[in-house]
Design a protein around this ligand. Structure first.
Ligand SMILES: [Fe+2]
Ligand SMILES: [Fe+2]
Length: 169
């Protein structure tokens, strides 16, 4: 593939991925401000951006077999936790920004648990074990099979955990 095209595809994929997150925040805000139709529109556009980003990513042909993808996922989670978030935490500490430090620390801790989940998933591929997941809406911590009394990462109460169902796309 031509280098410029590859670069354009990467930028499209990254730009669309960022837009999806941004639009979800806009949607939640619109709902909260009492504009559910606007919230819906933001979610619709986000769903459409998912199509664009996915097409660009697929054209880059960077995904492999599921086993390879789990290995890549594991590696990426570890790297994000140990390299990226560690550096962000240092920057927040140097700046004395407590809010940013808390966010980065909790995110790093959760990324480490993502890596563990992937490791376990590799074993489950063989055993075929079914797992249900509960996600902390405050810090993103993922709990397997049980809704915890309190979040081990951020201390949020049980009610802050929502059951993940596969329709949450
Ligand atoms: Fe992660
Ligand atoms: Fe949490």
């Amino acid at each position: 593939m031509n280098k410029n095209i590859e670069e354009a595809l990467k930028r499209a994929y990254e730009g669309e991925a960022k837009a999806v997150l941004r639009l979800k925040v806009y949607a939640a805000k619109a709902d909260k401000e009492g504009y559910p139709e606007i919230g819906k529109l933001f979610r619709v556009v986000a769903a459409s951006e998912v199509v664009h980003g996915t097409r660009a990513f697929m054209m880059l042909r960077e995904s492999g077999t599921t086993e390879e993808n789990i290995a890549a996922g594991f590696e990426s989670e570890e790297k994000v936790a140990r390299v990226a978030y560690e550096r962000f935490i240092q920057e927040a500490l140097e700046d004395g920004d407590r809010a940013a430090e808390l966010l980065f620390t909790q995110s790093r801790d959760v990324e480490e648990t993502h890596a563990r989940l992937y490791k376990k998933a590799l074993d489950s591929m063989v055993s075929g074990r079914e797992t249900s997941y509960f996600i902390c809406e405050i810090c993103g911590y993922v709990s397997e099979d049980v809704r915890p009394e309190t979040c081990p990462v951020c201390g949020a109460k049980k009610e802050k955990f929502y059951a993940f169902d596969d329709s949450c796309r």
